[in-house]
Design a protein around this ligand. Structure first.
Ligand SMILES: [Ca+2]
Ligand SMILES: [Ca+2]
Length: 489
């Protein structure tokens, strides 16, 4: 090394440090690209892959912003250069959520459709905006496609495009399993509580209300129409996922809470796909009757998106208001930390098990998973005719069992229990040390994300690292200490 080189380093080093403190560089975490806040820009989250909805952002306002300033800000979004439109294309023209302020009490959000210049200017509104999150695609937490390695029942069965062959044998092992701590199935399902005074809001692809699983003795249905993301939709379930989930929660033969009120909140299109902003909007709409009546209510989000902190924020808010929210951990066979709502602390996050109490190969896992329930090869109602049934798998299925159990428990009380009370009851009823086959290679993983060539630009997830020892004890290892579900009373 020459003298000249040494001298250059000693001069440049302080400059690098100085620049680093002024302009915060983006970093990548999972498939999110996070632009930290700095003196002149608010925090921005985007996606590196195709999870993000192009040119669509969920803007979270600062908590201290007064209502007048907030509404002026939102009004101004409708003009150039923000150009909030009521949709970029005909398919979105009837999206009611864009450009409307959602006031959740402790937080306010507005969905904005804008492009590069508008986004740049939005980031400069440090006076009003807390953070900006790109909208993201949300789909059913159903697992028709095997994740690597494919979990097929027998190696000799053909695997086409990594999709397992359809299962034919109908089973009802899920109901049988959840009413007992012992893994030896007894062929029975006993439940106390029918969920009759509980409203379960199912945020999904719709519900086929005419299915016999939902019919009362007088021919009426227990399914009612709630809310839908796009005005042009009707409530019909074409995709079938919502009807399957609803059957497990409250079908009269295949369901857990056999007399619960099922409310159809359609936020997924007929291909089972939607946007997180649609889910947030529908939660906002659903909250009005829930909070006005104080009725026992559960929101079921059997959905998954790449992690979206706006989604997690709204779930936290409604949990604070007393709404019990139940979700699946997601179907990536990875950490639920990288998915929403699976990463939500506030929701009751459910992992999926297969027969024999093994972790379902697709199920996500990790510190955010609160409880496990059957998820693989579960028979339930489907669309097409009032007596149509099909098997499905996924953490949606597992979440549906827990939602049914929560509804049955809630209906046994003469008051609306707080979400924490519902969660505590379910976990207390469950058995530890049951679900096996959790991966071990992710134990106590910590990550450093670096940009540039300088060590001080690395960002280490100390938070995650510090959580590991506790969860390594409780939830990882050859013999898991996770819970399987055992309702009710
Ligand atoms: Ca049983
Ligand atoms: Ca949780």
């Amino acid at each position: 090394m020459t003298f000249g080189t040494v001298a250059r380093i000693s001069i440049l080093l302080p400059l690098y440090i100085l620049i680093d403190t002024v302009i915060a560089e983006p970093y990548v975490e999972g498939d999110r690209r996070i632009f930290p806040a700095d003196a002149t820009n608010v925090e921005l989250h985007t996606y590196t892959g195709d999870s993000g909805v192009p040119d669509t952002y969920i803007v979270k306002l600062k908590q201290e912003v007064d209502p007048q300033t907030a509404s002026t800000f939102v009004d101004n979004l409708k003009s150039e250069p923000y150009s909030v439109t009521n949709g970029r294309s005909s398919a979105f023209e009837n999206d009611p959520s864009v450009g409307v302020m959602m006031d959740f009490g402790d937080t306010k959000m507005v969905v904005v459709e804008t492009q590069e210049e508008g986004l740049r200017l939005l980031r400069r509104r440090v006076d009003v905006v807390e953070a900006i999150y790109q909208d993201s695609i949300v789909t059913t937490a159903q697992a028709p496609v095997c994740h690597v390695p494919c979990e097929c029942p027998a190696a000799e069965e053909p695997v086409d495009n990594n999709v397992c062959p359809p299962k034919t044998a109908a089973t009802d092992w899920g109901l049988d399993r959840i009413d007992q701590t012992n893994g030896q199935l007894d062929g029975k399902f006993n439940v106390m509580g029918t969920g009759s005074d509980v409203n379960v809001y199912i945020f999904d692809s719709g519900i086929y209300a005419e299915h016999q699983e939902f019919s009362n003795s007088d021919g009426s249905t227990r399914v009612s129409e709630g809310f839908k993301a796009l005005d042009s939709w009707n409530f019909t379930d074409i995709y079938g996922h919502g009807t399957h989930v609803a059957g497990i929660i409250g079908g009269k033969t295949v369901g857990v809470a056999k007399n619960v009120n099922l409310i159809n909140v359609k936020i997924l299109n007929d291909a089972g796909s939607g946007q997180v902003s649609w889910a947030i909007w529908a939660m906002y709409e659903a909250a009005f009757p829930i909070l006005a009546t104080g009725q026992k209510s559960i929101m079921v989000l059997a959905l998954q998106s790449s992690r979206n902190d706006a989604f997690n924020d709204v779930i936290q808010t409604f949990t604070n208001y007393g709404v019990t929210i139940i979700t699946g951990s997601g179907n990536n066979n990875g950490l639920s930390f990288y998915q929403s709502p699976g990463s939500s602390e506030a929701a009751i996050t459910v992992g999926a098990s297969a027969t024999g109490d093994t972790k379902a190969i697709y199920s996500n896992y990790g510190p955010e998973v609160d409880i496990w329930a059957p998820g693989t090869d579960i028979l339930s109602s489907t669309t097409g005719s009032p007596d149509a049934y099909d098997q499905g798998s996924g953490t949606s299925v597992a979440a549906a069992f827990v939602a049914g159990a929560a509804a049955a428990y809630m209906s046994s009380l003469d008051y609306r229990p707080a979400p924490a009370e519902v969660a505590a009851y379910l976990i207390q009823q469950a058995a530890d040390n049951v679900v096996t086959d959790s991966p071990t290679q992710h134990n106590c993983r910590w990550e450093a994300t670096c940009y540039g060539a300088h060590f001080w630009s690395c960002r280490i997830k100390w938070d995650f690292f510090s959580k590991c020892p506790q969860h390594a004890r409780r939830r990882y290892g050859l013999r898991l200490t996770v819970q399987t579900l055992r309702p009710i009373l």
